[in-house]
Design a protein around this ligand. Sequence first.
Ligand SMILES: *Cc1c(COP(=O)(O)O)cnc(C)c1O
Length: 439
Amino acid sequence: MDGAISGSRNLQALETLESNVRLYSRSFPAFFSRARGSIMLTESGRKVIDFLSGAGALNYGHNNHRIKAAITEYLASDAVVHGLDMGTPAKLEFMETFSSVILRDRGLKYRFQFTGPTGANAIEAALKLSRKVTGRQNIISFTHGYHGLSLGALAATSNQFHRKAGGVSLSSVTFMPYDGYHGPDVDTADHVRKVLLDKSSGIDSPAAILVESVQGEGGINVARKEWLQSIQAIAKDTDALFIVDDVQMGCGRTGDFFSFEFAGLSPDIVVLSKSLSGYGLPLSILLVKEEVDAWEPGEHTGTFRGNNLALVSATAAINIYWRSQTFSQGVHQMGEFVRRRLDTISRQHGNSFAVRGRGMALGFDCQMAEIAEATARSAFEKGLIIERCGPVDQVIKFLPALTIDSETLNQGLQIFEESLAETLKQTGPSLRETLYSSQ
Ligand SMILES: *Cc1c(COP(=O)(O)O)cnc(C)c1O
């Protein structure tokens, strides 16, 4: 049977069988059967370059064969895969490796809390712990922030579309303006400090300040080092816990293992998920400072905490990529390269677009959702998977695997460049005028 036809038949079967809630199979209408590194293969044999990387869960690429070797060996040995949170050699090895390779060199010391497998569950745990430690309810979150969609995490997520889907009132979170929210001339940390120190501002003293150092879903908004340092200081001055949500920007995405290293931060709680397992296996943890580890045994539990297979791949990823500086330096260099390329593309179109990001998390702000949507659609037709983000999905989000080779990276960027040019050519003059006059 013709592969393309079987592909579309399979897509129709998905439509009848799977809930309306499905999302990515709509944005990328194909049937994917295999993947290796930064290439996904459709059932009909088409090769597609992946710049989405499982929304940041595949920093080391699909089926990374060096990491795969560790988990196939583990499976073959009948070692414990599921053990709730019982003691296993795999768990101990993960914690010891993470502590010695990642934490010690960075002057950080944390305990590990294995949460349920999703990023959202880890955020829930972080918020619960902060409330328990401080005896306060309010959480400070930021405009355009994204922290997951279970009710506690959703309350700290800004997007109205997602908040409405919660179906109940979402309370005990106060949103503050993120860095740059009022433009480059306003330091929003001044506002945060003022209202949190003012006992008559009407804002309840917070249990925690929860922040992303680069907002992934929110549009690749980058916080400055000084701003992040101010926010950490404000948390300290208000006796609130300082939580960094490094679910998407951690594990090397910004070039360093943690996205906040460049600012020398020392959060009370760090939340990690997405690329932590290194292989796309579900694994989430909190790194918790000993003095805030106030849990009673079993107070935050869950059946799938610390899955051993995911811990084995996580340990392998750390051993392979983080024992020396080479990998990190390569990511920084590649990030600079992509940024320059995107800057050039923006210049070719009269600098109508903003390029933002850090390391290998880059955003190309098309200003208008229509342009971003048509560009991403056209890119997929030409063989590139690329996602959109931002308040109205107007930002094209570049999250290539950190292990991508330069040829594939260049091919993907080329496809993006052509897709954008084509979109702008096809766009009616009125839309183009709106775009240029909005500058
Ligand atoms: C994806 C994400 C989450 C939620 O993780 P899930 O595994 O989807 O629940 C939380 N915070 C940030 C910053 C994320 O990018």
